[in-house]
Design a protein around this ligand. Structure first.
Ligand SMILES: [Zn+2]
Length: 255
């Protein structure tokens, strides 16, 4: 039976409206690729193999690649996405955070890779802002909080407490969804060591003053993690999982 064109038009209109109301609200997301310029972040020397020549790999390059992939995934879903840097350039923590105000970001996500003196540490973890006191957390904080000594980054205790109080619930909810999505999508496939969603005191998250996460995608200092971090397939799946977690958060944030 042929369905008249007018009915098809009417039905597709309803489907379009339904689709729009079911899809999540467009939000402004600021992605922050860690480090840049002469701040390399973590660094590893790769010996030559049959697949690649010897060379150095810098965290600042991998964080940019990851952020660009996450941006592309989010844009596919109609989100408005900005990057604190889209090139290899140095950017202070304060400058990164101020961009969050400039673009009126709803969410701030800083992307990093871990590194540790011995190569055994593995796994990925996600941080939300909290002034939790924990030895392991503080160690990583030092690496990601390292700033140019000339830079005036002063986060006063009272201001920090206020920011934490205002953002902790939403950051934690966002963190649960994003970290959960990463582990669900990648955990088994890559035999990921799940280091969990953790509280951490990061200047860049505090200065951003909004729901914010700091992603540690894996340990560049561990050969297995590094192989994974350099794999295009892992990078693509990781970006999809992060985007999926953010989209889930956006769907529930108004409820
Ligand atoms: Zn880093």
């Amino acid at each position: 039976m042929a369905i008249p064109g007018a009915i098809i038009k009417y039905l597709s209109g309803i489907i379009l409206i339904l689709g729009m109301s079911l899809s999540c609200e467009a939000a402004v997301i600021l992605l922050d690729p860690g480090h840049g310029g002469d701040d390399f972040g973590a660094k590893v020397e790769l010996p030559a193999t049959k697949d690649h020549p010897a060379g150095e790999i810098y965290e600042k390059d991998l964080t940019l690649q990851a952020a660009l992939r996450i941006r592309d995934e989010l844009k596919k879903h109609g989100q408005q996405v900005y990057l604190t840097r889209s090139l290899d350039r140095k950017l202070g923590l304060k400058e990164r955070a101020e961009l969050a105000d400039k673009v009126q970001a709803d969410i701030f996500i800083s992307v990093h890779m871990n590194s540790y003196v011995h190569g055994r540490s593995r796994g990925l973890e996600t941080y939300y802002l909290d002034n939790h006191q924990d030895g392991a957390v503080r160690k990583i904080e030092q690496a990601e909080n390292a700033v140019d000594p000339r830079e005036d980054v002063v986060v006063q205790k009272i201001l920090l407490d206020l920011i934490i109080e205002r953002t902790i619930d939403t950051s934690k909810r966002l963190g649960n969804l994003v970290h959960g999505s990463i582990i669900k999508e990648l955990g088994l496939r890559y035999k990921i060591i799940d280091r969990g969603l953790r509280p951490g005191l990061f200047f860049v998250l505090a200065l951003a003053k909004r729901p914010a996460l700091l992603l540690e995608m894996g340990f560049m200092s561990n050969p297995k993690d590094l192989d994974m971090l350099l794999s295009e397939e892992f990078q693509a799946r990781y970006a999809q999982a992060v985007a999926e977690g953010i989209l889930q958060y956006l769907k529930v944030r108004k409820i």
